[in-house]
Write a protein that binds this ligand. Structure first.
Ligand SMILES: [Zn+2]
Length: 405
């Protein structure tokens, strides 16, 4: 059985799929940008193999499917090298049952259009979104925001559960539609999230939304209903969700002058913050089409008309599962996402089902980082803990039993 590209690195054999995905997203996910301000260019060309999507070759996964990282139950167990001075509250029995792995990989789901019809690379039907949520729930996932993932704030994730970030790009009306009677369209993503939460109270309707502000398809400007924008923004936040930026006009940032890049990044951040009010900080960015500017420093700091802006975290458009901030290969402005694209996401989910030991699984204790001993970690995660960057964390290692996986 061949391995699918679920690893949090861009692997060579995943490039054809990534390029196809990027092309399809490029041609379909965004409205054509406006052209009346001189800042815009048409989004019609296939992306080049941007150097910014370079792999992070910290761990080269084995090409041989026989190299299963799960140790056999009879394997010699190497004692944990760093026994915790103050173990988390979990008992040995609870550890064996729950198998916490706070060095494991998280999942950032990436949605674009939510609309009836057929699933495609850039659109998901309402029923498929419902099925995705059911799968996530059944596989122990618990929604948090992108910023919480990126800032290693996993406090809300219950013991035994795994963090997932639901991200929605491009603010199309199918993501959040309000009907004529003022109710939320149950076929829109927000309606689906709320209904799923009602049926599953331990799965909060938390998502991170990356809206567009100025495109020539009105239904993709801040969810397409100008009279409801403020209510939608506030509602998303009241539910515990997050508003990020997807730039103003969805232009490819590799094709703009640096002043234009700063305008896109700074103006979208400031506009959203002013519209949301209450001192809200927009800290997360989804790169249009996943394409980075040549000068990536402009993501984290720049100015527009002398006013500074900056993003702390930025989302890729592909990549599979993502490492968490405790890993040495963590890069806060290159956070991998899993496109909810037909075929791709099914393969990814299948891989996660086959190798659940790769997942981040919470120990339920924010004060302690619990993950398996080196000998009982999956090989892709061995040696990846960035202890130097997390000197104050209390770490608890334990010998994980994987025999019944
Ligand atoms: Zn987009």
């Amino acid at each position: 059985m061949t391995q699918q590209p679920i690893l949090p690195h861009f692997r060579a054999h995943a490039w054809p799929l990534l390029l196809v995905l990027a092309l399809l997203i490029a041609t379909a996910c965004a409205a054509s940008p406006t052209t009346d301000d001189g800042r815009s260019t048409a989004i019609t060309r296939q992306r080049s193999a941007s150097a910014t999507l370079a792999p992070s070759p910290t761990v080269e996964p084995s090409a041989t499917p026989t190299a299963t990282p799960a140790p056999s139950p009879t394997a010699t167990v190497v004692p944990s090298a760093t026994p915790s001075p103050t173990p988390a509250g979990l008992s040995e029995a609870e550890l064996a049952e729950m198998r916490p792995n706070e060095l494991g990989w998280a999942l950032v789901m990436e949605y674009h259009l939510i609309e009836p019809g057929e699933d495609a690379e850039y659109s998901r039907t309402p029923d498929s979104l419902r099925a995705d949520l059911a799968w996530l729930y059944d596989n122990g996932y618990y929604p948090i925001t992108f910023r919480d993932l990126a800032s290693a704030n996993f406090d809300s994730v219950p013991a035994g559960r795994s963090p997932v970030v639901l991200t929605f790009d491009d603010s199309s009306i199918g993501q959040y539609n309000i009907l004529a009677d003022g109710s939320i369209d149950p076929e829109s993503a927000m309606g689906i999230l709320l209904a799923f939460h009602k049926a599953h109270p331990d799965f909060p309707p938390i998502a991170t939304w990356f809206p567009l502000l100025e495109v020539d398809v009105p239904s993709r400007i801040l969810w397409g209903q100008p009279e409801w924008v403020d209510q939608k923004l506030q509602h998303i936040l009241e539910l515990g969700g997050e508003i990020g930026s997807h730039t103003v006009t969805h232009n490819r940032l590799d094709q703009l002058e640096e002043s234009q890049i700063q305008w896109q990044l700074g103006t979208s951040q400031r506009t959203l913050e002013e519209r949301i009010g209450g001192g809200y900080d927009v800290v997360s960015l989804a790169l249009p089409l996943g394409i980075y500017p040549a000068n990536e420093a402009l993501i984290q700091a720049g100015t527009v008309d002398g006013v500074p802006y900056g993003y702390l975290y930025a989302a890729e458009v592909a990549g599979g599962m993502t490492v968490v901030p405790y890993a040495a290969s963590w890069d806060p402005i290159h956070i991998a996402r899993a496109p909810a694209a037909a075929g791709y996401i099914d393969a990814l989910m299948g891989q996660i089902e086959r190798r659940p030991s790769l997942k981040y699984i919470s120990d339920g204790d924010p004060t302690t980082l619990t993950f398996p001993s080196e000998a009982t970690l999956d090989e892709e995660q061995q040696g990846t803990f960035d202890a130097a960057r997390w000197p104050d964390l209390v770490v608890r290692r334990y010998d994980r039993a994987l025999s019944d996986e």
